[in-house]
Ligand binder design. Structure first.
Ligand code: IPE
Ligand code: IPE
Ligand code: MG
Ligand code: MG
Ligand code: MG
Length: 300
């Protein structure tokens, strides 16, 4: 990681993301207190805050104003956190640990966890509406039955299907359950940032880092410790999940994630284009390339 790379960008913006999230969620003491405490339990302390950082980065590298992507970026994190709360429920992945703490339903019960997820999802749309109709449409499409929710349904249906699975089928699940929101984070950030940009170039970059990100997640389920990943390792194996390490082996999966990061990096010049604003073209390309390689080789 270079000093001017994504780590520096994240260090600069993460405190602003945290403050924005804090300002958006009702206080724990506000009635219904269980619901608001559950929303806060899921959100704070957070994980990597990748989606808001992607929104901010997209605004910056396309020559827009990252400040304007802060609240829409926080909306992406609200929606992502809802997906995690529901993903951990006993009727889905049935996990007990998330972001290094007991999962929301373990602390507050299933019903409050379902409702906390619902409230995070709804709040996300209240906030992203500030960025206009195209941002709302983009987020809704990415989150719905042809995006994240559809991918989650397909992921559950694919449990135990290793013998008949195909690489294309697994990629389609990943593109929907994880990739769609990653692409939308970049798009919403670029829209909110206010500059004109190459939408297909940005989507192509996002699709590749989305794939690399979920392959890395699948690999970390095999290689990571609970301390590193903040969730129970071996969860996928235990549920007979269809994953890349299960389908093609751990090393081939890790290599595929690196290949996808390289493909994404090749698209960086197209994403940056001729962007003006506070970032030089070279710095913008470097940020995108650094992020791509980080996503593929991450350890948390
Ligand atoms: C976990 O996402 C769920 C996946 C889509 C793989 P993250 O790895 O971004 O989780 P946090 O937000 O850092 O906790
Ligand atoms: C979940 O994928 C993707 C979501 C939409 C939440 P996983 O089920 O692999 O995510 P983790 O490993 O529980 O974070
Ligand atoms: Mg899951
Ligand atoms: Mg899960
Ligand atoms: Mg996982």
């Amino acid at each position: 990681m270079t000093a001017d790379g994504f780590a520096a960008f994240a260090a600069e913006w993460t405190p602003r993301v945290e403050a924005t999230l804090e300002s958006l969620v009702p206080p724990a003491g506000e009635s219904p207190t269980d619901l608001h405490r559950a929303m806060r339990h899921a959100l704070f302390p957070g994980g990597k805050r990748l989606r808001p950082l992607l929104a901010l980065l997209a605004a910056r590298v396309t020559g827009g104003d990252p400040e304007r992507a802060l609240r829409p970026g926080a909306a992406l994190e609200l929606l992502h956190t809802y997906s995690l709360v529901h993903d951990d429920l006993p009727c889905m992945d049935d996990d007990d640990l998330r972001r290094g703490r007991p999962t929301c339903h373990k602390v507050f019960g299933d019903a409050v966890a379902v409702l906390a997820g619902d409230a995070l999802l709804t709040l996300a749309f209240e906030i992203v509406a500030e960025a206009g109709a195209e941002a709302v449409r983009c987020l809704a499409a990415a989150a719905g039955s042809r995006g994240m929710v559809g991918g989650q349904a397909a992921d559950l249906a694919a449990e135990g299907s290793l013998a008949t699975a195909t690489l294309d089928g697994l990629q389609s699940i990943h593109d929907r359950k994880t990739g769609a929101l990653i692409v939308a984070s970049l798009e919403v950030g670029a829209i909110a940032g206010g500059a004109t940009f190459d939408r297909e170039g940005l989507r192509g970059y996002g699709e590749r880092i989305g794939r690399a990100f979920q392959i890395a997640d699948d690999c970390l389920d095999v290689t990571g410790t609970a301390e590193e990943i903040g969730k129970p390792p071996g969860s996928d194996v235990g549920r007979d999940k269809l994953t890349y390490p299960a389908l093609i082996g751990l090393e081939a999966a890790q290599q595929l994630a690196r290949d996808l990061a390289n493909e994404a990096a090749e698209l960086a010049p197209r994403v940056v284009g001729t962007a003006g604003g506070a970032v030089t073209l070279d710095a913008g390309r470097k940020l995108l390339q650094d992020l791509a390689s980080r996503v593929a080789t991450r350890s948390s």
